[in-house]
Design a protein around this ligand. Structure first.
Ligand code: 13P
Ligand code: SF4
Length: 310
């Protein structure tokens, strides 16, 4: 790409020319968040994908999110700046292994976190996100037997919150499991006034220290509305861009991971760049393509989720 090109201007032009909408997750790099038409968590992004009247959905996020957009708007062109933007959590739940697992619990309702492939969604009864997981579980009768997956940490958190005894698939997210309990404890000691807020994909030991637990949108709202001025944030650090924009006087400290990095990036989310976003809009590639039969099966549990959380 010509380095003299103003990519912001070019992307704005392409948006209008092609009637395209850019949906971005909070974990995208700040430039992408700034050019997006809508920034949100997995639930908000899927609601937007279902209702948009744009011809092209440019999904700045990871593959399962763009796939969900395609399932909800199958006649629209869905573009993903980098098709390799996967998800370590979705990868922990291969469809063949999950099919065998499910066979062991034939009388169970399957609730699957949206961070999973379309094949997994097609084997599920209801999809959920971190925003509505508790609500979705509670929408079922108390004695309903439930399989929950693929994230064991979110599953354990929801089981605790709802008092339901669920069978959990043992998957997890590399980004949320890498937080260092020791470093967080030290940081909390150094910042006694700070509130510690965490995403439910973090391990139980980390969640036990949290003043607030929630989805990315939940964390953002909490941080904006809390009277406190300082926050230690245990999720992917991209969300801090929106926190800082909404509350410029507050201090947001990314929770430290278990390595020598100061903050915690999702390597999959960060595969998308402004340059790739521009190229994918210009050439309308790469496009998310899906089998029609799979779409028909996978849309049912997603629609059930959207109905419950409407
Ligand atoms: P949210 O739905 O809370 O934004 O979570 C998405 C995700 O991938 C968390 O790692
Ligand atoms: Fe997947 Fe974790 Fe990245 Fe979210 S942060 S997209 S769960 S790897």
């Amino acid at each position: 790409v010509d380095p003299t090109l103003d990519l912001f201007e070019e992307i704005e032009k392409l948006k209008k020319e092609k009637n395209a909408v850019i949906l971005a997750h909070y974990y995208q790099e700040p430039d992408i968040q700034d050019i997006a038409d809508y920034i949100g968590d997995s639930l908000g992004l899927s609601q937007q994908a279902a209702k948009t009247d744009a011809d092209i959905i440019v999904f700045a996020g990871v593959h399962f999110m763009a796939e969900t957009a395609k399932i909800l708007s199958p006649h629209k062109k869905v573009l993903l700046p980098d098709l390799n933007a996967g998800c370590s959590l979705a990868d922990t739940c291969p469809a063949d292994q999950f099919a065998l697992f499910k066979q062991k619990y034939p009388d169970h309702t399957v609730i699957m976190y949206v961070n999973s492939t379309a094949d997994i969604k097609a084997m599920s009864d209801i999809v959920c996100t971190s925003t509505n997981a508790v609500q979705i579980v509670e929408s079922l009768p108390k004695d309903e037997k439930i399989i929950f997956g693929p994230d064991k940490n979110l599953g354990a958190y929801v089981a605790k919150k709802t008092g339901r005894d669920m069978v959990l698939w043992q998957g997890s997210c590399m980004v949320h499991e890498i937080f260092s309990l020791e470093k967080i404890t030290k940081l909390k000691n150094r910042h006694p006034e700070a509130e510690f807020i965490a995403h439910p994909e973090c391990e139980d030991a980390v969640l036990k220290l949290a003043d607030y637990i929630g989805s990315t949108t939940g964390l953002l709202k909490y941080a904006i509305n809390s009277p406190k001025k300082e926050f230690i944030v245990a999720t992917e650090s991209g969300i801090i861009h929106q926190m800082q924009k909404a509350a410029p006087d507050k201090v947001f400290i990314p929770a430290p991971p278990n390595n020598n990095c100061a903050c915690n990036d999702c390597p999959h989310m960060k595969l998308n760049t402004l340059e790739k976003l521009y190229l994918c809009m210009k050439y309308e590639l790469p496009e998310v393509k899906m089998d029609e039969e799979l779409i028909k099966k996978a849309v049912k549990p997603i629609e059930r989720m959207l109905e419950i959380s409407a």
